[in-house]
Design a protein around this ligand. Structure first.
Ligand SMILES: *[C@@H]1O[C@H](CO)[C@@H](O)[C@H](O)[C@H]1NC(C)=O
Ligand SMILES: *[C@@H]1O[C@H](CO)[C@@H](O)[C@H](O)[C@H]1NC(C)=O
Ligand SMILES: *[C@@H]1O[C@H](CO)[C@@H](O)[C@H](O)[C@H]1NC(C)=O
Ligand SMILES: [Zn+2]
Length: 481
């Protein structure tokens, strides 16, 4: 091939030389023949195409292999090593009733620092049903749906003993989960020989299994303790020698739930309450930074549920059902937004049929905004049947509606939660910042029963059986390098 190289023949015409160079296997001297010319053009085209394809391949290969170094920082694939602490620490913060979307009401520089450099549920965290404070806080720390952890409402009656549970009931018998193997996070942690600390959380004062609500690491609930003081006490744990710092710490604020009930979610008072929470988060970040541990601590900021506005025109009265069935008040365990009825001496099935006949008749004010079910007929996504503590009849209300026994003179507009967890207004926030959370990452919404496995995975301890999925943590957390 080299012996009859066409280059030698094409002396002075540069265009021809190029052509010849490309068509070195053809006889360039006969290129005037039309057939040969066509062949040459086709050949040149093919070679040109090959060159383009080759360049493209090289370009892609370059982009592909250089991408991790240039466009995405390679360290963002892996969790970041601890700088000061000698074990991971999770600080779980609940801001009660922090409805998803409140974070856009005003500028919240501190919460936005966590969001900007952390992982956020882009459309919020989904509470469990009923979207009430105690059932949700206990689902967050056990990973169990309410029938399995036992706290099925903020107050309820045990059908076997007739005893009442209230938010002040700290006897272990109310707080279920199989003893020794279904445990709230503080107990799981202690079972692994590690330290936990709680600055308020529903259930944290209950002595259960190896958890004894130890002095200095657990407090009796007292809503009068200023939020700032709670933050300072939590920060003091980080003054301890690294080995003694609790690996799991809870912190609880009653706001903005408190304001939400009084004025509804759209009042300027909410904006002020949310700003105040942001200030507390700022205080916390600053304290952690001062101690050199902000980048080491996994801070998870979340809420228990959202909030929706309620007003007088969205009321339903049980007494209006009298033409179909009388519902005496001593059958009713809770009215609103979770209507829960335990009828006495009557088949619950008949009660449901008669109530729904009234509701669907079109003759009862706001009747079409309430639907009652035998608990076993509720949509299964609500996971609200598998407990004797749940009364046999449950009503589902449309968003913002309320149930009362009878008409009164009372006029009232405010906010409520407790509705179907499918309502967007019931969603809350999930914002997580720490060595195992990617910076600036948005993740899809998820139910709060997933948090338990997330925390045990961060702490690298074996969790108790629960309703979260075992694959969830790896879909959210950065891998170990
Ligand atoms: C995010 O983290 C980087 C690296 O530590 C830091 O330089 C930056 O200031 C942080 N951004 C915010 C908003 O805190
Ligand atoms: C609750 O906290 C307030 C404020 O710190 C304090 O004055 C009060 O004594 C506490 N109540 C109890 C019962 O400890
Ligand atoms: C939830 O977890 C409990 C305890 O492990 C289990 O008994 C129950 O079947 C689970 N329920 C669902 C719906 O996964
Ligand atoms: Zn709440």
């Amino acid at each position: 091939m080299a012996s009859d190289s066409p280059v030698a023949i094409q002396e002075d015409d540069p265009t021809k030389a190029t052509t010849a160079l490309l068509s070195f296997n053809t006889d360039s001297s006969s290129s005037k023949s039309p057939r040969k010319l066509t062949t040459t053009i086709v050949f040149i085209s093919l070679v040109l195409l090959s060159c383009i394809a080759l360049s493209a391949a090289v370009a892609f290969a370059f982009l592909f292999f250089s991408a991790p170094k240039t466009t995405i920082h390679s360290s963002s694939f892996y969790s970041r090593p601890l700088k000061k602490l000698n074990h991971p620490v999770v600080l779980l913060i609940s801001s009660d009733g922090f409805r998803f979307g409140y974070q856009y009401k005003t500028s919240l520089p501190n919460i936005n620092r966590l969001i900007a450099n952390g992982t956020e549920a882009e459309l919020g965290l989904i509470p469990v049903f009923p979207t009430l404070t105690f059932p949700n806080h206990y689902s967050i720390v056990t990973g169990l749906y309410p029938p399995y952890h036992g706290i099925i409402n903020n107050h309820f009656v045990d059908p076997h003993t007739g005893e009442s549970f209230t938010m002040k009931s700290h006897e272990p018998k109310w707080w279920l989960g199989e003893p020794l193997w279904e445990t709230p996070l503080w107990e799981t942690v202690v079972n692994h020989g590690l330290k936990a600390a709680t600055y308020f959380w529903p259930g944290s004062e209950v002595n259960k299994g190896s958890w004894t609500c130890p002095k200095g690491y657990c407090r009796n609930y007292n809503e009068s303790v200023p939020f700032e003081e709670r933050v300072e006490i939590v920060l003091e744990y980080f003054d301890l020698p690294s080995d003694e710092i609790p690996v799991f710490i809870t912190l609880y604020f009653e706001d903005p739930d408190h304001q939400g009930h009084q004025v509804g979610p759209d009042d300027p008072e909410i904006t002020e309450a949310v700003k105040r929470i942001d200030g507390l988060i700022g205080r916390l970040i600053e304290g952690l930074e001062k101690r050199g541990v902000f980048q080491d601590v996994s801070v998870i900021l979340l809420g228990d549920h959202g909030m929706v506005g309620t007003c007088d025109k969205k009321l339903f009265f049980l007494d209006d059902l009298a033409p179909w069935i009388e519902i005496p008040s001593d059958w009713v365990q809770s009215y609103t937004p979770l209507l829960a009825i335990r009828p006495k001496g009557v088949d619950p099935k008949d009660v449901v049929a008669k109530m729904n006949a009234g509701l669907e008749s079109g003759k009862v004010e706001n009747g079409k905004h309430l639907r009652v079910y035998l608990k076993e007929d509720l949509p299964s996504r609500l996971h609200y049947a598998a407990s004797d503590r749940i009364p046999p009849i449950i009503g589902l209300l449309e968003e913002g509606f309320k149930v009362e026994q009878k008409r009164t003179e009372k006029k009232e507009c405010g906010g409520a939660h407790g509705y179907d967890n499918d309502f967007f207004s019931m969603r809350t926030i999930f914002i997580a910042h720490g060595p195992q959370f990617a910076r600036g990452r948005k993740i899809p919404s998820f139910e709060n029963v997933q948090i338990y496995n997330l925390v045990t995975t961060i702490l690298n301890i074996k969790g108790a059986p629960n309703n979260g999925s075992l694959s969830f943590p790896s879909s959210v957390l950065l891998a170990s390098p």
